[in-house]
Ligand binder design. Sequence first.
Ligand SMILES: [Zn+2]
Ligand SMILES: [Zn+2]
Ligand SMILES: [Zn+2]
Length: 274
Amino acid sequence: MRVTLLGTGDTTGTPTVGCDCDTCEAARERGVERTRFSVHVENERTGEALLVDFSPDFRYQFLRESVPLPDAAIITHIHFDHLDGLGNVFRVLDALDVYAANETDPQTGESVAETVANDYDYLDPITVVPTTPLESVRICGFDVTLVPVDHPPLICYGLAIEDPETGAKLSLSGDTSYAVPDRSREVLAEPDLLLADAIVPAALCDAHPIGGRHENDDGVPRTFGTKHMTREGALALADELNATRTRLVHLAHFYPEAEAFEEPLALDGETYTL
Ligand SMILES: [Zn+2]
Ligand SMILES: [Zn+2]
Ligand SMILES: [Zn+2]
């Protein structure tokens, strides 16, 4: 299993358009970036490629990393930064199965699968495959399981992707607070590589209108607002899942410059072979 981090940023990315903060300036000087979220997973045994989420930066990411176009894809939730790149497949791919959860979201009255199918009904190459969470499905030779996470007000899913031949396992937290349900944690546990949402350091919760939540014993919030984990929350989750290796993703330019390029914060273009 070969994993390429196509996009490791939050919804504005780093550098952010029009921003001259120290972190965005430092990223420009270093020639590094965090575009909107997407992960490319190749199965070296079958020669197939699976894409997790359609970043608005899809075209640029595939040109930059020279990875093969996907044979199948998964959409974790319907936020702009994970879905709105789907239109890029028009006249690029002849056919693409797009897997998405089949549970109805009370917020929208539709499942992720239904929203994708409705929003992109003009897009002939795609076939949306409604998928039952917490049930493994074989995609590109991998066993893939969508797991419910906590990203109010929308439903959202994390993922476990396992190679049944080699035992390699990649887990993704998805966009989530620290309140990942126990059943989902069981599916995500013991990964060779965990990609965990860590939008900002916990210290920045003071700047959020509703602060942080899910404090640890020292009072450090593991959730920023309601939707995302803090760095400290993501690292706690990694510890609890007993991840062999962890990269923090979905990172905002609000990280102070001195912390923004430290380990284990990911940058675009990182690759891992599991
Ligand atoms: Zn900035
Ligand atoms: Zn989101
Ligand atoms: Zn997001």
